[in-house]
Design a binder for this molecule. Sequence first.
Ligand SMILES: C[S@@+](CC[C@H](N)C(=O)[O-])C[C@H]1O[C@@H](n2cnc3c(N)ncnc32)[C@H](O)[C@@H]1O
Length: 208
Amino acid sequence: MNERIRPDVDLVTELRGDITFGPFANPYMKSIIRAFGKKAFERSSACAEFESFVRQVLKIAPGDSNLISGECCLEIGTFYGITAVLLSQFFERVICVSLDLEADRLMKYRIVEHLGIDNIYFCDAENRSVKTAAIRGATFDFAYVDGDHTNDTETDFALVERCGRVLLHEYWPLQPSVWNLVNELPQHEVTRANFDCLAYWDGKPRGR
Ligand SMILES: C[S@@+](CC[C@H](N)C(=O)[O-])C[C@H]1O[C@@H](n2cnc3c(N)ncnc32)[C@H](O)[C@@H]1O
């Protein structure tokens, strides 16, 4: 088995007690850490305020039984699929378009199969043209942008803004491309996370 996808369960055997609070209390997160260990969370934006902020912007109250808040979420940048798993709770389906090295592509399929999730569709794009075509051809009503922030923030936002609801990762001064884009949107359409680098735009597409 490829070194990069070997389950790392050693960490899990060191954990004592149940996980009852924070992002890892989510049943999917718990199940992933137990089965795959910390390796599965590499590069993931799901390990802090992600789920609670998504619930906030989707207006899901604690105890709500119906979590579905839209038909389709389009995610750009998936890696091992952790945020896709969390988003799959809130949408009829999630389409993930990601540009990854061959060695990094398999893990997300193993995780989703392990969890028994059947509403996530992965598109492993070979290059930016394939990625662009896949996104242009998709219908979605929410987008999560977490791909190549340095180089693709403007083009990724332009590709998804037609849906009118876009969540962006790396909204902080360390990533000027995201920082500047969000700060130049109409500010009454923007919600910022309190302690995480997430910003959410719910507004009128600018049609760029
Ligand atoms: C930070 S990881 C995403 C992690 C995932 N959203 C999570 O939080 O669990 C960024 C992902 O974007 C992929 N990527 C890199 N360049 C990209 C591009 N130009 N377009 C789309 N995805 C890209 C990376 O290979 C990686 O899978």
